[in-house]
Each structure stands twice: as C-alpha cells, then as structure tokens.
Write a protein that binds this ligand. Structure first.
Ligand code: TA6
Length: 285
C-alpha cells in the first residue's frame, strides 16, 4: 500500500505492525494488532494525551494496556470468553491511509472468519476510522452481513493521561444516573464533578460529552461521542493497579478511562444488513 509522507509502517514488533504518524498537526501510532490506537499527541502539547502502561504486554492473545482498546462484540466480562470481546486481540487489515494539511486518516478493517465464528457464531464486518490532527477522532463502524438479528455491546476504552488523578475531575455528568459496578451494580445519581478518592468503575447513562479537568497539568480535555448512551469512567486505584500485572503499582495516579460505550442496557441490535457507528473525539481545550 502507498503511504502518505506522514505515515510509516513499523515492523519493530512483528506481531504488532504499527503505523507511525508524524504530521505537523500531531504525532501518534496505531497497532494493526487490535486495531489499537496507541498514542496521540497534538503538536504544541507538553504531555501525551493517551496513557500507555510502561508494563503493557505486546504479545499475541494479550490486550494492550493503554491507548484505546476496542471492546467488541461485548463489553465487560463474559464467563469462558475473553473480557471485552475478542477483536482487540486480532490482527486488523490496513485498508487506507490519507493525509491533508489538517492531519492523517487511517482506515482499518476486520471481518469474521472461521475462527471468530467458532468463538462467536455471527458474521460481522468492522471498519475503524482514525483521524489524528488537532483532535483525535475514532469511529468504529460495525455491520451485520448475516441473515439473523444480533445484539452487541462495546466501547472505545480510552485511557487518558493525567498529571495526578487526585487533582483530576470529570465535568458533565452532574445529576446523571450511573451503575456502580464496584458497589453491587447499585444505581446511583452523580452529584457534581466525578473525582477520584478510590477505585471508580461506573457506567453512566449519558450521551453527553464531558470535560476532564487536570489541575496538575493545567489542562482540560474535551471528550465527545456519537451513538452512545453510556459513558464508562474507570480508575483502578491502588489495589487493582497492584493486581494487574501489566500496570505499575502506582499507575492509578497517572490515568483515567473515559469510554464511549454501548454497555449495560445500551444494547445495539443489528438486524440483517444492519449497521451502527460508535465514535469518540478527544481534543485539548
Ligand atoms: O473500564 C471498565 C472495565 O470494565 C473495568 O472493570 C476494568 O476491568 C477495565 O475495564 C479493564 O479491563 P481489561 O479487560 O482491559 O483489563
């Protein structure tokens, strides 16, 4: 494939061919393994925007800890199956890379095959469109080429860097109902900003955009989305950071996840020939 001047394909990790983007508007990288946005840093920014664990494992079968994992065709645990689905541990095809003075757009594709049909008995076609420029835009297009209805959930599981989680808060969810997955899945109402004094793992029933205010780095991130009625907010805090082998013990201090999701009751029903697009957009204000 012919790549534009701002894109190169690195095979430094043979199992994870990685598109390196070096454009005047932004730098970044996307792993074909997992269809996984690894990094994005708009020009003129002092700190990276996406968090990548220093202990992330780049091996087949293992999800990458950081960036934007694609959770599909289900969100969350499923006994006997990989957590968050299986597409984040498959090799995607690079379909097209184009650039303009505003940035670079990459399209990756993944379709069902005999091995996925064994795992999940439904044909599917996915396309991931990633635009890196002053903003980061990620669109997951999903279609059902089969003859049966299929229900899916999923998320763009975005890891965002923070200067200090204790000095970070999420604005835009005040008054929003959420499911607190670390408190018996109780349904609660958010009061004011979301702040972090312990593990947070919540499915907010919201289609709204949010702002992440980082008082340490004096930075505000605007995170918006399309076709999603649930936003997952997660920070593992201390104990879970220690338990996750691909996260440093103190990593909880350095990131939070703001996930554009179709999760919980926000189920996507794809009829025969049906399509759905889930997207997220991150920008520094
Ligand atoms: O972000 C919500 C969540 O479901 C958390 O419960 C936590 O498990 C996180 O995803 C990471 O999941 P992973 O399978 O990538 O370790």
């Amino acid at each position: 494939m012919q790549l534009p001047p701002s894109a190169t394909l690195s095979l430094e990790r043979p199992s994870h061919p990685t598109l390196q983007i070096n454009h005047p508007a932004a730098t970044g990288s996307i792993s074909l393994f997992g269809g996984h946005v690894l990094e994005w840093t708009p020009s003129g920014t002092n700190h990276p925007v996406l968090y990548m664990s220093p202990d992330a494992i780049f091996a087949e079968e293992k999800p990458i800890r950081g960036g934007i994992p694609i959770c599909w065709p289900w969100f969350g645990p499923r006994p006997g199956f990989p957590s968050h689905g299986f597409v984040r541990t498959l090799l995607w095809n690079l379909a097209e890379v184009s650039e303009s003075e505003l940035g670079v757009t990459c399209r990756l594709e993944l379709a069902s095959d005999s091995s996925t049909l064994e795992l999940w008995p439904h044909p599917f076609a996915l396309e991931l469109a990633v635009t890196m420029g002053r903003a980061l835009e990620v669109e997951l297009h999903m279609s059902n080429p089969g003859t049966a209805h299929v229900e899916v959930t999923g998320a763009l599981h975005t890891y965002l860097c923070t200067g200090a989680i204790e000095q970070t808060r999420v604005i835009g969810l005040d008054g929003t109902a959420y499911t607190d997955t670390i408190d018996g899945n109780q349904r609660k109402i958010q009061t004011g900003a979301v702040d972090f004094r312990g593990e947070v793992d919540r499915i907010y029933h919201s289609a709204a955009s949010v702002r992440v205010e980082d008082l340490t780095w004096n930075r505000v991130l605007h995170v918006s989305k399309k076709n999603s009625d649930t936003t997952v907010v997660w920070n593992p805090w201390i104990e879970k950071s220690q338990r996750l082998s691909d996260l440093p013990d103190k990593a909880y201090h350095d990131f939070l996840c703001i996930e554009a999701a179709n999760a919980g009751d926000d189920i996507v029903n794809l009829g025969p020939g049906g399509e759905h697009m889930l997207s997220t957009r991150v920008e520094i204000l």
